[in-house]
Design a protein around this ligand. Structure first.
Ligand code: ADP
Length: 267
């Protein structure tokens, strides 16, 4: 709390009172702290792949790895992976900053959610099969149309589905489902039977760069920004997003999007 005193003076400059202002700066300080943390995180996240690239290139250049073609090709592969990680990170950062600045041009139109969900399902069914994960699609027939930007909703679904695939081991199951809610919203859920998230991490999971296990996320090629982008997109459409999870049992992320024709959905 910030406290300021201002004396109240008579014309004769005699003090006749004091104005005491108590200002709650908790929110302000929180935002300031978050901003500083974000800059520190970005720097760290960019420096880590750069350091790796530099050391592998040095090893190739000076360490004689060039003479061993197999080793050289492995080193080059690592540098390429790290460069790709940086590209993904910068892509995600740019998207977040555009969403933050509210200058994303949303091309919202009336869309059939079923079609979008089936489309996402098709893309991920293949990835799941490759990893030995069962994929289920469960979409209600009576979904009303949503007023949304197709590309943004694709991105939102991609972020959630790619997490579900990433954090679910072979033999598991990923489900994409959707249902009409009575309050004029369509609710979409992405569930998995993967590693889950500890209770203590759940409330911070949508924060930028927040990760349960940094090493695992890096290993999976993650940027730590996927869920925060998903949240921004859902909220920019007038919806909301929530996560439920149980460690070693699985995770469900639900988000809602408003229907175009709310009057049709009234009970
Ligand atoms: P990342 O690029 O690290 O996956 P996200 O923002 O998409 O970043 O997710 C943040 C963190 O939330 C992940 O690092 C992971 O710890 C956790 N997480 C997200 N989705 C899942 C999931 N389906 N199952 C288990 N953990 C998850």
């Amino acid at each position: 709390i910030k406290i300021t005193f201002t004396p109240v003076l008579r014309a004769s400059r005699e003090t006749i009172g004091l104005i005491l202002v108590l200002q709650d700066v908790t929110e302000e300080e929180k935002l300031d702290r978050q901003r500083k943390e974000f800059v520190a995180n970005v720097s760290h996240e960019l420096r880590t792949p750069l350091t790796t690239i530099k050391s592998y290139l040095e090893a190739l250049d000076e360490g004689g790895a060039m003479e061993e073609p197999e080793l050289a090709s492995r080193f080059l592969q690592v540098t390429r992976q790290e460069a790709e990680r940086m590209t993904r990170l910068i892509h995600d950062l740019l998207q977040l900053s555009r969403l933050d600045a509210k200058n994303v041009q949303f091309h919202k139109q009336a869309l059939q959610p079923k079609e979008i969900l089936q489309n996402a399902g098709d893309r991920f069914a293949f990835q799941c099969r490759q990893k030995g994960i069962r994929f289920q699609l469960s979409i209600e027939d009576n979904l009303s149309r949503i007023y949304a930007d197709r590309d943004q909703i694709h991105q939102l679904l991609d972020n959630l589905l790619s997490n579900a695939v990433k954090y679910t081991p072979e033999g598991g199951c990923v489900t994409l489902s959707a249902q009409q809610k009575r309050d004029g919203f369509v609710e979409v859920a992405v569930s998995d039977t993967g590693i889950g998230i500890p209770k203590k991490d759940l409330e911070r999971i949508f924060e930028r760069f927040y990760r349960v296990d940094k090493a695992r996320s890096r290993l999976m090629g993650g940027t730590g920004l996927g869920l925060s982008i998903a949240k921004e997109i859902a909220e920019a459409h007038g919806g909301s997003i929530h996560m439920e999870s149980e460690l070693e049992k699985g995770t469900t992320v639900r988000f809602t999007l408003p229907s175009c024709e709310p009057e049709v959905n009234q009970p």
